[in-house]
Design a protein around this ligand. Structure first.
Ligand code: NAD
Ligand code: MG
Length: 405
């Protein structure tokens, strides 16, 4: 680890690392932090390759470290920071992500890298006993028990950032699960809840990323359109709250005002409501068990008007069904689901496959996944790689068939 003088922060100020600072969650996190300069200071910001955006954030928040995974982008960032006499040290490479996630100067880590790329740094934060604010659901879907054990065995605190899981966390008993009957995981149903089903194959990437209620990164926006996002969230809920998947019921709620609910044996249902703004769960996770201003407007009930609820349609959204099945099959299948989905979404965004081929590709990759659960990290990474290869192969063969026809 590189050494540096500790910033002139008072002892109660918490040092924060943001993994994925330039993304949608990263930007919202900085917005909340900027409202409470006396409570938090930024130790490190990380990004994949967006130089201009990370440079601006470094100027605004003066972190000790900036990690740019891409080497060339890191060199550009370093030059720009040098020209304004910044004290921020620029690091590069994937290992640097783990370093700034586990540094002794860091108290809280916002895990907001998208996809499997976030697994190792998120895990490093857990192993270092940090408060892990987990947005990177793919990491938990991939590593499940291993991640939860790392949290438990190292005295880390795991605070869910996903709005649904944050709502469940707020609605659960303070300790344990006494009296909990069911978790009701709400979802808006995405942009294609009511679209004519036989027109789904012609959906464009632009239509798929246009979510009706939330503004998010491109990958999670496509996941919301296929409802794979809700599927990943079912698995995420099972791990976070230690419940079997049949206790997690998906409820379609198009207004996105109720962010999820917990139902109890005595007939009570506790829900958390609010505007669809990620700054609410971010602020809650930063301040927990207290609360701080998040810059979010009050929920205007007269504006919302009504709250609708309906069951999910598994025929329209096969990805949701895959997730339930996979969680029963085991860890290898979970990793395969996530890997195949990442390849499928990227291919759809690059216009290499169409929208309805996303579940086809995933189903094919799932058929090749072994049953059981990997016990060590290395096995997780191997399964991830093999499933990505299987997904690429499916794409290649599928293309050939289409040209022949
Ligand atoms: P985004 O695409 O807007 O941002 C992703 C961030 O990760 C960027 O900072 C990018 O630089 C970084 N990144 C991407 N690939 C990387 C790599 N290979 N190595 C290192 N860094 C890399 O994504 P987002 O919408 O902010 O989502 C981030 C995570 O939070 C996802 O796991 C998503 O499912 C979850 N999440 C997001 C929202 C939301 O409202 N955006 C809500 C709930 C959960
Ligand atoms: Mg969510």
């Amino acid at each position: 680890m590189h050494h540096f003088d500790h910033p002139d922060s008072n002892s109660s100020s918490k040092g924060v690392t943001i993994l994925g600072a330039t993304g949608s969650i990263g930007v919202s996190t900085l917005d909340v932090l900027a409202r409470h300069p006396e409570k938090y200071h930024v130790v490190a910001l990380t990004a994949n390759s967006q130089v201009e955006k990370l440079f601006q954030q470094c100027c605004d928040f003066r972190p000790c470290f900036a990690v740019m995974v891409d080497e060339r982008a890191a060199a550009q960032l370093e030059e720009k920071l040098h020209s304004v006499s910044s004290h921020t040290t620029v690091l590069t490479g994937e290992k640097a992500l783990e370093e700034v996630a586990s540094s002794q100067y860091v108290d809280y880590v916002m895990a907001a890298i998208v996809g499997a790329a976030g697994l190792l740094p998120s895990l490093a934060a857990a192993k270092a006993g940090k408060r892990v604010m987990l947005a990177n659901k793919e990491a938990l879907v991939m590593s499940g028990k291993l991640f939860m054990d790392a949290v438990k065995n190292n005295g880390a605190e795991l605070l869910p950032i996903d709005s649904e899981h944050n709502a469940i966390f707020q609605s659960m008993p303070v300790k344990g699960k006494s009296g909990v009957k069911k978790i009701l995981l709400t979802g808006s149903g995405g942009p294609f809840r009511q679209r004519e089903i036989n027109t789904l194959s012609s959906v464009t990437p632009e239509e798929a990323v246009a979510h009706p209620n939330w503004s998010m990164g491109r990958k999670i926006s496509v996941d919301s359109a296929t409802m794979m996002n809700k599927g990943l969230e079912v698995i995420e809920a099972c791990w976070l709250f230690d419940v079997p998947s049949d206790l997690v019921q998906v409820v379609i709620h198009p207004q996105s005002a109720v962010h999820s609910m917990v139902s109890y044996v005595d007939g009570s249902v506790i829900a958390q409501l609010g505007n669809p703004d990620m700054r609410t769960p971010i602020a809650y996770s930063l301040a927990w068990p207290e609360r701080i201003d998040a810059g979010v407007d009050d929920l205007d009930f007269f504006d919302v008007g009504r709250l609708d609820f309906e069951p999910p349609n598994f025929d329209r959204f096969p990805c949701l069904k895959f997730a339930y099945d996979v969680h029963e099959i085991g860890g290898y299948a979970s990793i395969a689901l996530n890997a195949a989905n990442e390849i499928a979404v990227e291919s759809f965004l690059n216009k290499q496959i169409n929208f309805t081929e996303i579940p086809q590709l995933i189903e094919h990759v799932l058929e090749q996944a072994p049953s059981g659960t990997p016990l060590v990290l290395e096995e997780i990474l191997i399964q991830d790689r093999e499933s990505r290869e299987a997904a690429s192969l499916w794409k290649k063969n599928n293309k050939k068939q289409t040209t022949v026809l």
